[in-house]
Design a protein around this ligand. Structure first.
Ligand SMILES: Cc1cc2nc3c(=O)[nH]c(=O)nc-3n(C[C@H](O)[C@H](O)[C@H](O)COP(=O)(O)OP(=O)(O)OC[C@H]3O[C@@H](n4cnc5c(N)ncnc54)[C@H](O)[C@@H]3O)c2cc1C
Length: 430
């Protein structure tokens, strides 16, 4: 049976993928698998650098929870991402990893990791497979904008500027965090210039700035405050929080960073609370404080009486005000809801991901830009955000697959209606 996606038996359709991260590379794979001629352009000297960076701390590639729960992590963007994530879900992603020789395992929190825990073996095997299937990887090729005709792109290469006219373009240029691995958000002006609405890029999953006193940070920088519960706007997240020179980092911090960021944007600062003994009630803690020996210092009460670690006890002193309450109920209440004023998020270049990007309304069901027919978009450059937990990579992969499938369907429809597409005309400009 002929392949229904092979619209023209006379030639292979040609795709330019711009951005060699997970979204772009998986789009390249899907298109190459149905016979398209594919070139991936990336401005760095090698592709997949952010994926490799993500792999340094253990590559959390997706999450094992039921799909409906997983989708909830995309918040308001869920309705626009749902079909793509359902069509290429965590099961598909895990099978794909296994096909590259990297079977996955589920960690204790339900997060999914490749067996090596890292990204390097996965990316190496993937690039070998892409090359074997005819995908060309063109590095040091920087996308600078669109050419004069539909779906043509202008790219700066070491040999000069070229205009590449192709049948379909997939843009997968990433967000704006960690620019040194390639995702610098430099594409925003080109899209705005083409009339595409792009929401401002903002830090997500980032640390929070807290102005520590020198004495506190001198003793506790880098120390984790174990098993605490952070709360912002009624949302509580439990885990370890690391004290850094500039503020706080760690899983619960990243999970609440978007709410804190939005609070700061609305009001100038945001207050979160630490529950330093989440398994104990205020009454239980007050009872223990009341049983302290007369003459015990507050530090002794906090550490011996309540079992707080040195850093947690110091945090009570740092954030609890100059004069800590001495009556048991008030001190217990403070330990259960220690207020911490955050003045800013960490800068976007140190954030794990970014919010903002191409507005969801600009994209049709096939991930094609409504204003630029033949130009498809995928990955973190689209305006969605999600917490850490594998949700970022899952959506990057799923939208990459969706954009490629969208391009295939669009090409087939255009060819069937006799709307001929152009051959690649790649030539040096000027
Ligand atoms: C420290 C860290 C840890 C992370 N850990 C995890 C994790 O464990 N789990 C998880 O789900 N997510 C994690 N992430 C997030 C995840 O890596 C990203 O969400 C994901 O890589 C986004 O994929 P993408 O393909 O959309 O973009 P990217 O991976 O950013 O790729 C974009 C590509 O486009 C290229 N590019 C950009 N501009 C141009 C241009 N003008 N011309 C040509 N090429 C260009 C870049 O060089 C890059 O190769 C982590 C991120 C960081 C920073």
């Amino acid at each position: 049976m002929p392949d229904p996606t092979d619209a023209s038996p006379d030639r292979r359709p040609i795709a330019a993928i711009v951005g060699g991260g997970p979204a772009g590379l998986i789009a390249a794979e899907v298109l190459a698998d149905v016979g398209w001629s594919v070139t991936v352009h990336d401005h760095m000297a090698s592709v997949g650098r952010k994926l490799l960076l993500a792999g340094r701390g253990g590559l959390n590639i997706t999450h094992s929870e039921p799909l409906d729960h997983l989708l909830d992590h995309y918040g308001t963007a869920r309705p626009r991402l749902e079909a793509a994530v359902r069509a290429w879900d965590a099961t598909a992603l895990r099978a794909w990893c296994a096909g590259l020789g990297e079977p996955t395992f589920v960690g204790s929190s339900g997060r999914v990791f490749p067996s090596s825990f890292r990204a390097t073996p996965l990316l190496r095997a993937w690039l070998a497979r892409l090359t074997a299937s005819g995908v060309t990887i063109a590095t040091r090729h920087r996308f600078v904008g669109f050419g004069p005709s539909e779906h043509s792109i202008v790219v700066d290469t070491p040999d000069g500027r070229i205009t590449s006219e192709v049948d379909a373009v997939v843009l997968a240029l990433g967000g704006a965090s960690w620019p040194r691995v390639g995702s610098d958000g430099g594409w925003v002006d080109a899209l705005l210039g083409a009339g595409v609405v792009v929401a401002p890029m903002r830090p997500a999953n980032c640390g929070l700035l807290v102005p520590w006193r020198d004495e506190f940070i001198g003793r506790h920088e880098g120390v984790p405050v174990k098993d605490v519960e952070l709360t912002v706007d009624g949302v509580a997240v439990r885990g370890d929080v690391v004290i850094t020179a500039a503020g706080i980092e760690g899983g619960p911090v990243y999970a609440l960073a978007a709410a804190v960021r939005d609070g700061i944007e609305a009001g100038g600062s945001s207050t979160l609370t630490f529950d330093l003994r989440p398994d104990r009630s205020v009454e239980q803690l007050a009872d223990r404080i009341a049983r302290a020996r007369p003459g015990d210092s507050t530090s002794t009460v906090l550490r011996r009486g309540l079992g707080l670690s040195p850093v947690a006890a110091a945090l009570v002193r740092e954030l609890g005000g100059r004069h800590l309450p001495t009556d048991p109920a008030s001190l217990a209440a403070l330990v259960k809801a220690l207020p911490c004023t955050v003045v800013a998020t960490m800068p976007i270049d140190r954030a794990i991901s970014s919010a903002g990007g191409i507005a969801l309304d600009e994209i049709d069901e096939g991930f094609m830009l409504r204003r630029l027919p033949g130009v498809f978009v995928a990955g973190e450059m689209i305006d969605w955000e999600a917490p850490t937990g594998g949700y970022l990579l899952q959506a990057s992969f799923s939208t990459g697959v969706a954009a490629a499938r969208g391009a295939i369907a669009w090409w087939r429809e255009a060819a069937a209606s006799g709307d001929g597409r152009t051959y690649e005309r790649s030539g040096r400009d000027g």
